[in-house]
Structures are given as structure tokens and as C-alpha cells.
Design a protein around this ligand. Structure first.
Ligand code: ADP
Ligand code: MG
Length: 363
């Protein structure tokens, strides 16, 4: 059944559809991929408001608002797609749902101030279960000093969906976009990468074992680090505060939610540059290294394509290197090149590979 109430005089493209049997053409969303789909859907939305400084296409939108800009980012987490309640405690889920949003605000070099939380819940969830979820949300609000200021609650035919919007602030001249990297800049990474992905592999494996042999409790004692990275990630508030203290403004920045390769690709595409990443410069935690080998996975591939680490990938002018050289937890992993040189990985063996941004396919 099709019912249309759009006025075709105001929207001539609708008229065309009338003669063209609507929905005759059916393009699978997978042909575009996540990023192609976002570009496609948002292509005809001109920015009309002078106060809209940055719309779609960065970690957060930027809206001019008096002396400070307002920074806004939103994320949607869907049960069975983004989380599995077989091994994700609701309190951790609440915490992580907030943190991943705050991470996008920090990635603009901004500080988050408020969040809204919207949930859709099936009748499987009790008040006690939702209290647990909100205990996690509260713990994140406490840890990062943000206020819960609203949201929405509705029912869902199946499962749990959480959408969080984070709102932050930043002086206009301090905002760091994905598009500011310049040839010669150094590529920096905070923390270490690949751990969250390996934590996920481990939890998935333990879930399978548990399903096959109920009653067997997983022993994750030696893998606390990666399990923590997956179940209770932190956003790099400390880094943004450090940047302010040492007077460093990165030229471009993004948070690592989809894996280093994908994020490097975003910076390069938007900055219209290329990049060379040194495999030896990619920070990987020893526990993640070991576990990758156990899983017969290449630790570097886990860092490049794993995701969910919520570290920061940023670029700095070479003259700023002294500011970060001795700081703990910041690693120089490569250099920005001309766009024509592509995005390359220099392996420990000295081979140059083209990096590919895999992103994800969820549909
Ligand atoms: P991140 O991984 O940093 O959360 P995403 O890859 O989800 O960023 O989104 C990239 C950009 O596209 C952001 O500016 C986001 O606000 C925007 N975006 C994503 N999905 C939609 C959508 N359905 N409609 C409009 N904008 C979207
Ligand atoms: Mg992001």
C-alpha cells in the first residue's frame, strides 16, 4: 500500500515518480557501504544557517553559539548488531554507550557537557535491568563530568536499542576537524589499538564454549586487559586536557571507532592528502599481541581493521614534535604525504602495502 501526501507542486521530483512506478528500482544498501550510504542520503541538504559551521562528515557537528561553539554527536546501538547481552553486562553497556559518544566530542578537541539518552525496549527488560543500564550511564556521567539532560523512552517489538547524543563546547579557533592534515605532518596515535577487537573475539569464543557446555565459567584472568578494552572502553579526555596544557592544536583528528585504516582513510580523504604508516609505529598491547597469535590473527590487522578502541588518531605539524615527544601514551606512527602517493603501510619487513579502509558491513 502506498499513500503519498507530499505536494508534487512543491516537490517536482515526486511528480516524476508518479509516472515511473515507484520503487521499481531497488538498490541494495550494501552496494554503497556505510559511508557511501551516508553521503548518498545527505547529498541534497545545503547548510542554510550561518551558525552551522560543520554539518555531516566529521565526528561531530559544530554550531556557532556565542563565544563558544556547540559540538553535537549522536550514535545508535542496536542489540544483536552492536552488543550481545549474553556477555555484555547492562551496566557496562550503559557506560560504553556514553563513552563512545563522548569520544566523538573529544575527537573535535572539544569538551562534552551534556548527554541525552533514548531507549527502545521490549517487554523482556525489567525495571531492575534498566536500573543496571542506567547505573552504567550514571557511572560514565560521573567519570566524565557530563549531565544527563533528556532523552526518549519507547517500546520495541524486539530487543534493546540505545541512542545517545552528546553535546560539547569548544572555542571556534580550537576545533580540530578531519580535514586539516597537511603534507609533512606527523601521524600520532594515543594508547594502543586492536585490544577491543581481540576482547570481542575472546568473549565470542567463550560464549560458544558456554553454549556447548553450559555451566563452564570462562576463565579470563589472563586476558583482563582486552576484556576491559571491549567491555569498558574510555574516551581520551586526558589527551584533550593535555593538548590544552601544552598548547598543542593537532591539524586533524578523529577517534578510532572503526580501526586505524578506516580512520586514516577519512582523514586523508577529507584533507586531500596521502599517508605513510609505519607498521612498527602502531602501538599494540602485549596481551593483545599474544592473544592475536592464539587466534591465528595478525595483531597489526587487528589494529588496522578491528575498531572500538576509542583512541585518538591525530596529525601535528613537524615543529610541534617536541611538545609530544616525551608524553606517555602518544606514539608517532607515520607521516602525511601528497594525495597522489596514496595511503601506504610500510611493513617491518620493508614492504609497502596499500591500506584499505574496510569499515563495516552491517546490513
Ligand atoms: P563516527 O564513526 O565518528 O560516529 P559516523 O561514521 O557514524 O561517525 O558518521 C559520519 C558522519 O555522518 C557524521 O557527521 C554523522 O553525523 C553523519 N551521519 C551518519 N549517519 C547519518 C544519517 N543517517 N543522516 C545524517 N547524517 C548522518
Ligand atoms: Mg568518530
Amino acid at each position: 500500500m502506498i499513500v503519498e501526501v507530499f505536494d508534487t507542486r512543491q516537490d517536482p521530483s515526486r511528480l516524476k515518480n508518479k509516472f515511473q512506478a515507484p520503487f521499481m528500482q531497488r538498490t541494495d544498501v550494501n552496494t554503497l557501504g556505510e559511508f557511501g550510504l551516508i553521503e548518498h542520503l545527505t547529498r541534497d541538504f545545503p547548510l542554510r544557517q550561518p551558525s552551522t559551521i560543520k554539518g555531516v562528515g566529521d565526528d561531530a557537528a559544530i554550531i556557532e553559539n556565542g563565544a563558544l561553539c556547540t559540538v553535537v554527536s549522536t550514535d545508535l546501538l542496536v542489540e544483536e548488531i552492536h552488543f550481545d547481552l549474553a556477555y555484555v553486562p547492562l551496566k557496562h553497556l550503559g557506560y560504553k554507550a556514553v563513552v563512545v559518544n563522548l569520544s566523538d566530542i573529544y575527537a573535535m578537541n572539544a569538551l562534552p557537557k551534556q548527554i541525552t539518552v533514548s531507549i527502545a525496549i521490549s517487554n523482556r527488560f525489567s525495571v531492575e535491568a534498566l536500573d543496571e543500564l542506567y547505573a552504567g550511564i550514571r557511572a560514565a556521567c560521573d567519570a566524565y563530568g557530563v549531565d544527563l539532560v533528556g532523552g526518549d523512552t519507547t517500546s520495541s517489538p524486539k530487543g534493546l536499542t540505545i541512542s545517545i547524543t552528546a553535546i560539547g563546547q569548544c572555542p571556534k579557533d580550537q576545533i580540530v576537524y578531519r580535514n586539516g592534515a597537511q603534507v609533512g605532518d606527523l601521524i600520532c596515535i594515543t594508547g594502543d589499538l586492536g585490544g577491543a577487537y581481540l576482547g570481542l573475539q575472546l568473549l565470542e569464543r567463550e560464549k560458544r564454549i558456554f553454549q556447548e557446555t553450559p555451566g563452564v565459567q570462562p576463565d579470563l584472568e589472563n586476558q583482563k586487559y582486552v576484556v576491559n578494552r571491549q567491555l569498558k572502553p574510555e574516551a581520551r579526555r586526558d589527551m584533550i586536557e593535555t593538548f590544552r596544557q601544552i598548547g598543542l592544536k593537532p591539524t586533524a583528528m578523529i577517534d578510532v571507532s572503526d580501526g586505524l585504516a578506516s580512520e586514516m582513510f577519512h582523514i586523508c580523504k577529507q584533507s586531500k592528502v596521502g599517508a605513510l604508516i609505519e607498521e612498527s609505529g602502531i602501538p599494540i598491547h602485549p596481551e593483545a599481541q599474544l592473544l592475536a597469535l592464539q587466534f591465528k590473527l595478525d595483531p597489526v590487522t587487528c589494529a588496522l581493521n578491528g575498531g572500538e578502541d576509542y583512541e585518538l588518531l591525530f596529525t601535528i605539524r613537524p615543529e610541534d614534535v617536541d611538545k609530544i615527544k616525551f608524553l606517555p601514551d602518544i606514539y608517532i606512527a607515520g607521516e602525511i604525504l601528497e594525495a597522489s602517493e596514496g595511503i601506504k603501510l610500510n611493513t617491518k619487513g620493508g614492504n609497502l602495502h596499500d591500506l584499505k579502509a574496510q569499515g563495516w558491513v552491517h546490513f
